[in-house]
Design a protein around this ligand. Sequence first.
Ligand code: GDP
Ligand code: IMO
Ligand code: MG
Length: 419
Amino acid sequence: MIDVLLGLQWGDEGKGKIVDVLTPEYDIVARYQGGPNAGHTIIIDGKKSVLHLIPSGIFHPPSICVIGNGVVIDPVTLKKEILSLEEAGVEVRSRLLISERAHLILPTHKLLDAASESAKKGDKIGSTLKGIGPTYMDKTGRNGMRVGDLTRKDRLDVYHNLVQKHLRLLRPYDFEFDLSLYEKDFHEALDFLASLKKINSEQFLNDALNSSKKILAEGAQGTMLDIDFGTYPFVTSSNTTTAGACTGLGVAPKHIRKVYGIFKAYCTRVGSGPFPTELYDETGEQIRKSGGEFGATTGRPRRTGWLDLPLLKYAVTLNGVTDLIMTKADVLAFLPQISYAWAYQTPDGILETCPFELTKEITPLLRHTNSWEDISGVSSVEQIPQTLSDYIKMVEKYTGQNITYLSLGPDRSQTLKLR
Ligand code: GDP
Ligand code: IMO
Ligand code: MG
């Protein structure tokens, strides 16, 4: 069977940490979409690692880590990530399998991403500039270069043809660049990638399922960044929802058992786009500081705001979440009072789901509650403060799903199983 773990907000919910915690229950951990726009943080005994492409199961040998067909790979980032893990003593190459169908991010994809963003004036997406959008455009436009193409004799021609197309697309932009700065590293990284284990991952994963192996599918980004259901156009270019695990790994829906939906006790967003419960005051700043809310990939400060229940419930529904996981409740512990949105006031009345557009006329309706004391030392369900326990019950009642795990801090050890 396969379980899926994915983000229910705008990313950075703590997926990396929880995948690492759950990995001992699985034989295989597989990433199914996104690429190096992801930054998944894992802290083990105080030592921090940030993964962009490698599945977060890598710190638990002998688990196998798969990069699925739905992922877009920057060979330079992948090489760097593998070498740095190996330097830290983690065995990677024997345990990492890469889909031959995964698409490659070329240096010119990154240039196109940057040119397109710089041409936008007030409506920038706030892309991570990792080339994600242009690479998925080439995939759906049927022009892309895939991992499997590395074994082709005419691999360089495939590369150059695509680069020529990109250079034509870059021409109208008022954007200066020097491609030669990136090409040497890129080709060296392609050779490195060619030396790794490349497989037919859909066959591998289905064989694993047929021999009763357990797979954990690791999502990247979050539901509100999904290309179809997120806050379009301020989204990423892949399906971050459960359905993306089927297309991004080649596994049928019937194999999916649990869907772990992970959310913060509040909300954050990095990049542009609507954020109805955003805080612009001292409280928002306090949450950012106390929660260390700075992008794991770009270092940008994350915008902060209250928990948004209508969006959370929308995400639970879209993903078929069976188990909720709440992270970062410890960050709110210092606040005298916390708030959450239970509905939106719209020109047409009260709404408890995600509207077509989260415009300025749609304002969140907030409820307030007392916060809880320090929970960093909580190690059993009985020690959970009553106010936090009430907050958990309130979320469960609103969404109709149980919270199975509570994360009380960034370290692997700071995790409590509630059920
Ligand atoms: P991901 O992209 O979903 O894997 O999340 P990120 O790694 O980008 O961001 C989550 C941040 O919160 C990281 O710095 C984690 O170390 C940290 N974190 C995860 N869970 C908790 C928690 O329960 N409490 C606190 N204080 N930090 C957490
Ligand atoms: P993880 O997996 C948070 C955001 C970017 C931008 C938008 C589009 O760590 O949760 P892109 O580079 O994908 O074209 O950017 O999506 N974004 C993320 N925000 N966490 C992420 O990943 C993100 N990946 C992309 O900030 O607003
Ligand atoms: Mg992240």
